[in-house]
Ligand binder design. Structure first.
Ligand SMILES: Nc1nc2c(ncn2[C@@H]2O[C@H](COP(=O)(O)OP(=O)(O)OP(=O)(O)O)[C@@H](O)[C@H]2O)c(=O)[nH]1
Ligand SMILES: [Mg+2]
Length: 448
């Protein structure tokens, strides 16, 4: 789905993601690429303009520049703005009423009939009892097609080729009552082009059945034409939502990204195949993540944001600079990292992070480990915590006994602590004579 767009955007974001520091030029370059990719995907040009402006404003602001991971923050912003562009949350059907009428409208061949069937199946799955109505009396075989498809999923169709569409739709209300159907889905006729006759028929049906939903079915492959059709339908009949079909094909994505912004109508479902179960509720956030190939990056940022207290991190940095980092601080830092897995896992997720000393590599912050470290440090005296070099072998034995651990555990912890101090010392020294690039990156990303 949207493979071309996805590839381009992901390429751009990959470049920016790994950057520990961003300047306005980096952001400008990325925005230019994103803009091009969206235009190529046939996203409405005004939508692109507004989108880029919104992303850029946030990307050069505090939110990014002062964060732990500027490059990744930009990726996150693009994802959020793209989600917002498509409507933030899934917009469901108005089906709360005891009986719901849904009118399917759209141009010829857009997929109205197929989608009506898919919806019937979807609603049946939710415990509803649908009646399909064949209101296309113009094209020979249209009602037959509906009946055949309905038959394949065991659903009923009402139609009457002797009557005009508005009357058929009106009569269907009584049929639904008689048959105890609580959802009526009207499959209306499509025309090759939007014309007044079509619009006035749609308006008349709307007046006759007063539907809860008027869903425009558009072929996503037609890009901006689909969006323009949506705008005209919305002006003439008023739409409650849009269903994009043929997203399984080689669509560029323009329609999905522009429909809401141009027409104010949310995309409610997407068709992803010819079969009767190939209908998916449309989730803007999932769609954005799919296009941007997200997932791990987002969850990493969320994890980091949730576990790291920014003020504490600053305070810790001060201590580090003055090289006053004690075992008490160490304990506190571990608390923040507890939920993030092992140090190695974290470093792996961070682009371009340095490698860890061997002693720290195996350190994992699971619950058990954390409790053990907590107990060991808790069994030390204040002096020992301030200055671990005073911890001789008899003290080690005392600490192990007091914390219910072994001397090896105590040794390992002290060793790890020493390694960390060493690492920080190097960082501090590098800082004085212009910290090495790698260390700088590590420091940007790490609370220590
Ligand atoms: N691949 C794919 N094909 C689809 C999808 N939805 C509909 N189609 C196909 O598109 C063609 C037209 O679908 P119909 O449901 O007949 O379209 P319609 O809007 O009812 O057409 P008219 O009644 O002639 O106006 C059929 O061949 C469908 O199988 C979809 O999501 N994916
Ligand atoms: Mg049809």
């Amino acid at each position: 789905m949207f493979s071309n767009l996805a590839e381009k955007l992901q390429g751009t974001l990959r470049k920016i993601k790994g950057k520990g520091k961003l300047n306005e030029k980096d952001v400008d370059g990325a925005m230019r690429e994103i803009r091009l990719a969206l235009l190529e995907a046939d996203v409405n040009f005004k939508v692109v303009k507004d989108f880029i402006a919104a992303v850029k404003e946030r990307a050069v602001g505090h939110e990014v520049m002062e964060s732990l991971t500027p490059g990744q923050q930009v990726v996150k912003i693009v994802n959020e703005e793209m989600t917002r562009l498509m409507g933030q949350e899934h917009s469901g059907l108005e089906t709360g009423k005891s009986r719901t009428a849904i009118m399917m409208v759209g141009l010829q061949g857009s997929g109205k009939t197929t989608t009506a069937i898919k919806l019937a199946r979807h609603l049946r799955g939710q415990g509803r009892s649908p009646l399909l109505v064949g209101a296309d009396t113009y094209r020979p075989g249209a009602v037959k097609q509906l009946e055949k498809m309905a038959d394949s999923i065991g659903e009923k169709v009402y139609s009457n080729l002797e009557e005009d569409p508005v009357d058929i739709c009106r009569e269907a209300l009584q049929v639904a009552d008689r048959e105890n159907c609580d959802v009526i889905i009207y499959d209306t006729a499509g025309r090759l082009h939007i014309d007044d006759e079509m619009m006035s028929e749609m308006a008349e049906i709307k007046k006759a059945v007063n539907p809860e939903e008027i869903l425009l079915v558009v072929d996503a492959m037609t890009g901006q034409d689909a969006v323009n059709a949506a705008a005209s339908f919305n002006d003439s009949v008023g739409l409650s939502g849009v269903i994009l079909t043929k997203l399984d094909g080689d669509t560029r994505g323009g329609a999905a990204l522009s429909v809401l912004a141009v027409t104010g109508c949310p995309v409610k479902f997407v068709g992803v195949g010819e079969k009767t179960d190939a209908l998916e509720p449309f989730y803007p956030d999932r769609m954005a993540s799919r296009i941007l190939g997200m997932g791990d990056v987002l969850s990493l940022i969320e994890k980091a944001e949730a576990s790291i207290d920014q003020d504490k991190a600053k305070e810790m940095e001060q201590k580090l600079r003055k090289q006053q980092f004690t075992l008490d601080d160490f304990k506190e830092q571990l608390g923040q990292l507890r939920s993030m897995g092992s140090l190695e896992d974290i470093m792996e997720m961070l682009p371009n992070a340095g490698s860890l000393p061997k002693e720290l590599k195996q350190m994992s912050f699971n619950e058990d480990n954390f409790k053990r470290i907590d107990a060991i440090i808790g069994s030390m005296t204040k002096e020992e915590r301030q200055d671990p070099s005073t911890i001789n072998s008899s003290r080690r034995q005392r600490i192990a006994r007091g914390s219910g651990t072994t001397v090896q555990d105590v040794n390992r912890l002290l060793n790890q602590f020493k390694q960390m101090q060493k690492m920080f010392k190097q960082m501090g020294a590098a800082d004085k004579k212009g910290m090495s690039k790698k260390m700088k990156k590590m420091k940007n990303k790490f609370p220590f």
